[in-house]
Design a protein around this ligand. Sequence first.
Ligand SMILES: [Zn+2]
Length: 420
Amino acid sequence: MEKDQMIKTQHIRLRPSKKECNLLREYQKETAQCWNAIITMAKEYYDQTRKWISKSDLQKQLKGKFKLHSQTIQALTDKFVANRQATAKLRRLELRKIKYPYRKKKYMTIPFKQQAIRTNDNGELILSLSKGIFFNTGYIPDRKIHTAEILFRNGRYTLAVTTEYPEPELKVYGIKAGIDIGEIHPVALCDEDGDGLIISGREIRAIKQWRNKSLAALSKKISYCQKGSRQWRKYKRAISKLISKTENQLRDLYHKVTRKAISWAHAKGICELIIGNPTGVGKNSRRKRKLSRKSAQKISQMEHGRIKQYLRYKAKELGINTCLVSERDTSQDCPVCGHKNRCNGRIYTCSRCGFTTHRDGKAAFMVIRKKYDVPLPEQFQFEHVQAESKYRKSSKGACVVGAGVTQSSLVIAGSLLGTI
Ligand SMILES: [Zn+2]
């Protein structure tokens, strides 16, 4: 990734037939078996020699033992070795509790590397499960696929593909803009000339509220059921369906929001985006908070991270530089006189000099000042837009998950429901 290649991941919803589902399930099991074998081997080797088994030794021992594509086995050993290294690193940082991979799995995500991936005459992506066994994903990629994975999440199969493409030249000339990430307005931008864009997330909040309400109702109902009973399983399914549905809606909306922001910045000729990073909660205040608030905070930080990640890669694709600065005080400080103001509504007013403007837009401007000493623009002008979801019009049949995939690229036979 560092060199001059960028890697992008896309998620595509698969609609396998019942037969294909069974096939995939078999291979998920086989993949898990192979993973379990790796764990056992590594442990035995360590118990005997007090040393780590090498990747090549693992691969040698696994050869021909599993009904999987050789590169899938390779990918699994790669994963194990990477996991082992990451764990060792964390353990060295005094996080002793973190365990090396040990858990035996029943099903597992199936990884595919280059040689197991090809396209047929129709351009559809074909994955080689093992010798002579192929799975037609029905997905038509628009560029070369680097790696692929078949995941089973929340009761449905998803294809995750990574594509590689040359990194664009980063812009050298242009103006700077700041970004403020928030709850009400997921993204607010302001450039050094005082022009800004404020994107509302009304629908994001509505979806979150609906999800929380429905989840609460379902968990109450499930608490009356006997674990494992028919009714219990029914509610369990409803919960995972709800989670996956809202997760897809939210992901889509976050992509829309960040796409709008970056397109705006690109049209304005912005060369660098300065993103305000939350400073986090102080140690003392954290202890006092109740658990529910703590977890609420955690969730909002996760969301923050996601928006940041989307912004950064979308900016990079267009050659816009990004950097992170602390957003400390950006919502309080007055850009004119520097006075700290607490503000409640969406409008910011300075109690000392009377300066007034949109709160989040001003915060975005102050984010630029965290890095550059830019003068106060003559005036602030903020454009307001809404992020709209594609799910709104049709309540059923949205078949695409993730960004950048057109609906027409998914032509898969098989009934919609009832296969899983
Ligand atoms: Zn002031």
